[in-house]
Design a protein around this ligand. Structure first.
Ligand SMILES: [Zn+2]
Length: 155
């Protein structure tokens, strides 16, 4: 789900360190999966994307501005990125993966990030808890998937 980005960005490192400290092991940048997910917990069927707010058009305060030059180019580019993200999420959900999207801006508050990650990673009965589902159009899809796919028990 990422492009034009080095593998070890600050936000991604922050998330990886925290997931690791919670005792989980994972694979990185798995190119055999749609969107080449940043963090993959194969055994738990869970995936975490760490999305840059700018490229993925989060719409938060720090990313809301379209660059002043070539605004149309950027608007279209952002729209394509968002569309690609939606498609990737849809594929992963229908393949039975639990997916969490962590936004760059969310990695700046360690307390909040920790709450988001532990809610997502703890073994869950029933639906996955997407803690941030009101923040982005992507999460509208997340809300739908909860209904469509009855996630089974994990242990
Ligand atoms: Zn953001």
């Amino acid at each position: 789900m990422s492009q034009i980005r080095s593998k070890d960005t600050g936000p991604e490192w922050t998330v990886r360190r925290m997931v690791h400290a919670m005792g989980f092991r994972y694979r990185l940048h798995v190119s055999s999966l749609p969107g080449k997910p940043d963090i993959v917990l194969t055994r738990h069927r869970k995936i975490i994307f760490v999305n840059g707010c700018f490229w993925h058009a989060h719409g938060c305060l720090s990313s809301r501005k379209v660059p002043a030059t070539h605004p149309r180019f950027w608007t279209e580019k952002f729209a394509r990125n968002v569309e690609r993200d939606r498609k990737v999420l849809g594929q992963l959900w229908s393949d039975g993966w639990h997916v969490l999207v962590v936004w760059e801006c969310e990695t700046k508050d360690p307390g909040r990030l920790s709450a988001i990650l532990s809610a997502f990673l703890k073994p869950s009965r029933g639906p996955v808890n997407y803690a941030l589902d009101d923040q982005h159009a992507l999460y509208e899809q997340a809300a739908e998937s909860r209904v469509e796919y009855g996630f089974e028990n994990e242990s």
